[in-house]
Ligand binder design. Structure first.
Ligand code: G3P
Length: 217
């Protein structure tokens, strides 16, 4: 499973990238706001750090305007994936931009039917939002499984990019289901290294090592 990092924080991206944990990056208007940076400037900087797909989201609502914004965003770097919302205009935009050879990430997906439409419109990535479904007592992971089955039934090559991931367990479950990609905030990716028994075991080893009176260096 590919790991994308869901942030526009370049320092956090660089730190994870140095460890080989970053196969791509996803951003959205809320993350751009959080970064306090200009969208073009920060996206260019991210693309200079990461060689995999970097999603940059359009903000227009009408297809013609979305297409123009998508073309402008795609000029930033060859590894830009233009992110469009799963609306009818977003699907029209997806069809046009993917026909031009641009990567398109269709976002704000909350149903299997939406994912089916995105695949037929030529999406490179479909982004189902797991956490936001869980927030309203629906099952985000079940949606990932449904999309996996539908795409496999018909051989769609649109990649399932599990998004709105809030916990390390979401990552495990997405990997088991067979999501192609997951995107998570840096804190969730770093949190995957934590285990209470690792901490407990290390604490015991340190105590016992101190009793030996030895040094390695
Ligand atoms: O990639 C989409 C993601 O940013 C949404 O996450 O936690 O705001 O639902 P969240």
């Amino acid at each position: 499973m590919k790991f994308f990092v869901d942030t526009a924080d370049v320092d956090a991206i660089a730190e994870l990238n140095d460890l080989g944990m970053v196969d791509g990056v996803t951003t959205n208007p809320s993350l751009i706001l959080k970064s306090g940076r200009d969208i073009i400037e920060v996206t260019k900087e991210i693309c200079s750090i990461v060689s995999g797909p970097v999603s940059a989201e359009v903000v227009a609502l009408k297809a013609d305007d979305m297409i123009a914004e998508g073309r402008k965003l795609a000029e930033i770097a060859p590894n830009i994936a233009v992110k469009v919302p799963l609306t009818w205009d977003g699907l029209k935009t997806c069809k046009v931009l993917s026909s031009e050879g641009k990567m398109v990430n269709v976002t704000l997906c909350f149903s299997a039917n939406q994912a089916l439409l995105a695949a037929k419109a030529g999406a490179t990535f479909i982004s189902p939002f797991i956490g936001r479904l869980d927030d309203i007592n629906l099952d985000g992971l079940e949606l990932i499984g449904d999309i996996r089955q539908i795409y496999d039934n018909y051989g769609f090559d649109t990649q399932i990019l599990a998004a709105s991931i809030r916990t390390a367990n979401h990552v495990t479950q997405c990997a088991l289901i067979g999501a192609d990609v997951m995107t998570a905030p840096p804190a969730v990716i770093k949190g995957m290294a934590s285990h209470v028994l690792t901490d407990k075991g290390l604490d015991q080893f340190m105590k016992d090592w101190a009793k030996t009176g030895q040094k390695i260096l």
